[in-house]
Design a binder for this molecule. Structure first.
Ligand SMILES: Cc1cc2nc3c(=O)[nH]c(=O)nc-3n(C[C@H](O)[C@H](O)[C@H](O)COP(=O)(O)OP(=O)(O)OC[C@H]3O[C@@H](n4cnc5c(N)ncnc54)[C@H](O)[C@@H]3O)c2cc1C
Length: 287
């Protein structure tokens, strides 16, 4: 996953309309988006992007007092708005695209009253409009490994589910997913050889159960690829285990923070440029 700007290319703003919503678990709502931007957005997904199982979009949220009209074109708005008035971006995985219906589904963790996207999704109504940019994302499970490993929390369920569902029927692997409690598990299809193990936080801190469970696994003895995403501190704790102790090379490892406890996404993204926000040691400078 990368959030780097795509070489100064103008990001097309797509306007989507909420078609319907459904509760996936007590703290997860699936929003089905269609409407004006759907055709152009779906048509714009090139062949390479279509293969990615971690396609993500940036939803744009503007302060209602500004009275901005969709589409929010960030490049144009930057010419007229003060930096603090620019819409905030929130990153979400596309859970699925229905090409015949011209809709896409996104699963939002509803994590309380704080924030923009979570509360917006919890209250979304048919007809509500949202502008988004994207999709980004390059990850897909490697075709040439013996086993696939997936580790994450609720925020990574859409990406893990999309990846597991894309595997061949003879694929082997293990997904370990931490959720608040048993009622927050989200069923998805998995090949017989892929075990999905749910962990329950049960009031403990985010990521503790996940890190403990992964640390208790034997180091893989076959060729694996690993997809690990979730709360930042948990990902920072998993990195040395998977990358250093197990020796999983970065080319076989998709590991990044999807969010950080106590941080709005704007702060979390900005901190990626600082030691606090870095999961991997910076690459040594080329001489
Ligand atoms: C590539 C990528 C894909 C992602 N895909 C998804 C996805 O499909 N579904 C999804 O729900 N999230 C996904 N996320 C995570 C999502 O972007 C963040 O959770 C985001 O911070 C939510 O924005 P917000 O406006 O609701 O909260 P913010 O305004 O960003 O944060 C407000 C407060 O809520 C807390 N918070 C934020 N997210 C969570 C959470 N998940 N659980 C508990 N507390 C939280 C923050 O720590 C902060 O204290 C993805 C992130 C990335 C980078």
């Amino acid at each position: 996953m990368t959030d780097k700007p795509t070489g100064g290319r103008r990001r097309t703003p797509y306007v989507f309309e909420v078609v319907r919503t459904e509760a996936v678990s007590p703290h997860m709502v699936r929003v089905h988006f269609g409407g004006p931007g759907a055709d152009a957005f779906i048509a714009g997904i090139d062949e390479q992007k279509a293969l990615s199982t971690e396609k993500y979009v940036k939803l744009l949220f503007a302060s209602p007092e500004l009275g901005l009209e969709h589409p929010y074109d960030m490049e144009l708005l930057r010419e007229t708005l003060a930096p603090q008035d620019m819409p905030s971006r929130r990153t979400y995985t596309i859970r699925s695209i229905d090409e015949s219906e011209r809709t896409m589904a996104i699963d939002f963790v509803v994590h309380g009253d704080e924030g923009l996207a979570g509360p917006w999704a919890a209250n979304a109504q048919p007809g509500d409009l949202v502008t988004l940019n994207g999709p980004g994302g390059m990850y897909a499970p490697a075709p040439d490994v013996d086993e696939h490993l997936f580790f994450g929390d609720e925020s990574a369920i859409p990406a893990i589910a999309a990846a597991v569902e894309s595997l061949g029927h003879d694929a082997k692997g293990l997904a370990i997913i931490e959720v608040a409690s048993a009622e927050h598990e989200v069923a998805f299809e998995a090949p017989d050889g892929v075990t999905v193990r749910w962990l329950h936080r049960d009031g403990a801190h985010y990521g503790d159960a996940l890190v403990t469970a992964v640390a208790a696994l034997d180091a893989p003895t076959s060729v694996v690829d690993v997809f690990a995403h979730g709360e930042r501190e948990a990902m920072k704790r998993l990195r040395p285990l998977i990358n250093t102790e197990w020796g999983v090379h970065r080319s076989r490892l998709s590991l990044s923070a999807y969010w950080a406890y106590g941080r709005a996404e704007d702060t979390f993204q900005a901190e990626k440029q600082t030691p606090l926000g870095q999961i991997f040691d910076p690459e040594p400078a080329q001489s």
